[in-house]
Design a protein around this ligand. Structure first.
Ligand code: DX5
Ligand code: ZN
Length: 212
């Protein structure tokens, strides 16, 4: 089970300390949400923030691009220290090219799908990516409500591959994570739940215990 706190829910006045806090609490990955104000309405972080996170902790940096033409930005994020780049199927015509380019840069590649995108679109990429991100909210903001219909997609993908990492992102807490893990997810992104929890370490331990 991979637990990835999303820095989007952290205190932006002290991002470095917040990254370290996730590491000290036992997280596996640090999830960094990059939004361009076009693919999604919100504007968030960029390559310089990824570089700052690299200096602040030793966590695996899981960069989630919610931007158009992700191919054009791959190199910048690789240079900034991303260990995995996950981009949206809906954001580019060059899905396979972008996956290959990320791999050629020597890091892991992930492909993300919005809740309303048909699972039939996922099939041909399942064996090509390291991480398949199934959004459990509409991308753009933290703190939204989990969309349970996505669980069918998690089951669909898991039935096709035992190997692929299935990451769920959006509205994840102990209860919704339990549902997602039962459906076949093995990577959990959680922003509000972990960063606003009174005891992040305990919360991570509980998430890790799911599915055992
Ligand atoms: C939403 C982002 C998520 C967000 C999750 O577009 O991709 O990673 O940080 O936030 P919570 O866990 O608060 O729903
Ligand atoms: Zn995300």
């Amino acid at each position: 089970m991979i637990i990835a706190p999303s820095i989007l829910a952290a205190d932006f006045a002290k991002l470095g300390e917040e990254a370290k806090r996730a590491e000290d609490a036992g997280a596996d990955h640090l999830h960094i949400d990059i939004m361009d104000g076009h693919f999604v309405k919100n504007l968030t972080l960029g390559p310089r923030t990824v570089a700052a996170m690299k200096r602040s902790c030793s966590l695996f940096l899981d960069v989630h691009l919610m931007i158009y033409t992700p191919y054009d930005y791959v190199e910048q994020f690789v240079e900034s220290g991303a260990d995995q780049i996950t981009f949206h199927f809906e954001a580019t015509e060059d899905v396979m090219e972008t996956i290959d380019f990320i791999h050629r840069c020597g890091i892991k590649a992930g492909l993300a799908f919005c809740p309303e995108t048909s699972e039939s679109m996922m099939v041909k990429y399942i064996d090509k990516v390291d991480n398949l991100l199934l959004m459990t909210v509409n991308p753009g903001y933290g703190g939204q409500k989990f969309i349970p219909e996505v669980l069918d997609k998690v089951r669909f993908v898991r039935a096709l591959s035992e190997k692929v990492v299935i990451q769920v992102d959006g509205g994840i807490n102990l209860e919704t994570a339990n549902e997602a893990v039962k459906a076949g997810a093995n990577a959990l992104v959680a922003g509000s739940y972990l960063y606003h929890h009174a005891n992040m370490k305990q919360a991570i331990l509980e998430l890790r215990g799911l599915g055992r």
